[in-house]
Ligand binder design. Structure first.
Ligand SMILES: Nc1ncnc2c1ncn2[C@@H]1O[C@H](COP(=O)(O)OP(=O)(O)OP(=O)(O)O)[C@@H](O)[C@H]1O
Length: 264
């Protein structure tokens, strides 16, 4: 049971943001969904110790509250929404920095090989010698994902990793994240706005709404018209086609006050 939060609450100043969240991520992909300002980024920051919440966050049954930054980063890789790259570094150097927790006083051939392989799998090899300020937004995002994965973490937390990517690249990157997650048995938690990506790639889905846990479970049990109406205020049709869930969005629900009463 790698990552678990119990009764997690967090406030910025006196403003409550997260309330009594029970959460657990096992090896596989957990999609964290919810509307803007629901608290997804705040929860990810609490899970990796960037923010100190009330309640418990445990990794393999041990509370991370007293861990040093190095202890946390050796096991948990966190990719924030706004990746702030060092523009002076090349793509290769940036990804190699992801190996930092594993490096000793010199870079081992194994580290170089891991970086080379990851760059190849994400089709970034051609850009290896380019500086980050010479890349597009989507290319920088792919580099950030590559850096997070070469660390070979136990837990990988990603905040909207596909937001800058074109349609094809979203699939490529999520498939790469899925393959790495399965190969290395990582507990990967991905905050997503695209419910169809969540339906297709997640093993489990957690829905946050106004700082509280609305529901969680398998995609087909959670991504229902009722949840989408209640949480997003949008009417949707959900169909299953050859085992795949497809969500069609029909438009806003009629009345704002009806949202909480919407039935399937
Ligand atoms: N540093 C901060 N200080 C005060 N309030 C903050 C801070 N960061 C976020 N908030 C507030 O916390 C709430 C949750 O924000 P958060 O970024 O966690 O939501 P989110 O679900 O990730 O949203 P989005 O989908 O828009 O990225 C919002 O009301 C936001 O305004």
């Amino acid at each position: 049971m790698p990552l678990k939060a119990k009764q997690l609450s967090f406030r910025y100043g006196t403003h409550p943001i997260l309330q009594d969240i029970d959460f657990q991520a096992t090896p596989g992909i957990t999609a964290l969904i919810g509307p803007n300002a629901a608290g997804k980024s705040t929860l990810l920051k609490c899970l990796c110790g960037v923010l100190r919440p009330e309640g418990e966050v445990e990794l393999d049954g041990k509370s991370i509250a007293s861990w040093t930054h190095q202890q946390v980063t050796a096991q948990i890789s966190y990719l924030p929404q706004a990746f702030a790259p060092q523009a002076a570094l090349t793509v290769f150097e940036t990804v190699l920095l992801g190996r930092l927790p594993h490096l000793r006083w010199k870079v081992a051939p194994e580290d170089l090989q891991i970086v080379e392989q990851a760059l190849g799998e994400l089709e970034l090899s051609m850009l290896a010698e380019r500086r980050l300020n010479q890349l597009s937004g989507g290319q920088v995002q792919a580099v950030a994902i590559c850096q997070a994965l070469v660390r070979h973490p136990k837990v990988l937390l990603m905040d909207e990793p596909t937001s800058n990517l074109d349609l094809r690249r979203q699939f490529d990157v999520i498939q790469y994240i899925q393959a790495s997650t399965q190969r290395d048995r990582i507990a990967t938690v991905v905050a997503l706005h695209d419910l169809n990506l969540a339906a297709r790639f997640a093993d489990q889905v957690y829905v946050l709404h106004q700082g509280q846990l609305h529901s969680h479970g398998k995609p087909k049990d959670v991504l229902t018209p009722k949840m989408i109406a209640q949480v997003y205020g949008v009417e949707a049709r959900v169909v299953e086609d050859e085992g795949e869930l497809l969500i069609n969005f029909l438009g806003p629900t009629n009345s704002h006050c009806n949202r909480r009463d919407t039935r399937e």
